[in-house]
Design a protein around this ligand. Structure first.
Ligand SMILES: [Zn+2]
Length: 153
């Protein structure tokens, strides 16, 4: 999602029609000022507050960014909501188009290396979006397991 009103309507409609958890994620872009906004101008903080107020059970960022930028976005969302689970679906970096084909720069190892920082920023569920492969998800899973083993949980 990119607009608070649309996101809230979607969450409420979903909540009216299922007893399942409802996940609401937003796509952010980094601004020239170094902050993050959706294409409709919504900040991660305002997106988190709006989605939770509408009834979302899980919130987070998806797509539009590689895993490094997701750390900043998760920190911003977590700053305004201490308890709602945050889901992250990062791209495998920002693609460049080479001869008509999108090339994503982040390898499975690149993404896995950022997992501890992403967890410490407040992420609870980590997956992948554009450019990620089963190898990326496997590397992320192993990084989560390694992190949990070190932390004793
Ligand atoms: Zn994507």
């Amino acid at each position: 999602m990119s607009d608070a009103t649309e996101a809230c309507l979607a969450v409420k409609a979903a909540k009216e029609n299922t007893k399942l958890e409802v996940i609401c994620t937003f796509t952010f872009e980094k601004t020239l000022q170094g902050t993050y906004r959706t294409m409709m101008g919504l900040s991660p903080e305002d997106a988190a507050v709006a989605a939770v107020k509408a009834g979302a059970d899980i919130i987070g960022p998806n797509c539009g960014n590689g895993i490094a930028r997701m750390i900043d976005i998760v920190k911003a969302m977590r700053a305004v909501d201490k308890k709602t689970p945050i889901l992250v679906h990062a791209n495998a970096g920002l693609p460049t188009n080479v001869d008509g084909k999108d090339i994503f720069p982040e390898s499975p190892a690149d993404m896995a290396a950022r997992v501890p920082a992403l967890i410490e920023a407040g992420a609870n569920i980590i997956g992948g979006c554009c450019g990620t492969t089963p190898e990326h998800i496997s590397a992320i899973k192993k990084a989560v397991e390694t992190y949990q083993a070190k932390k004793g949980n």
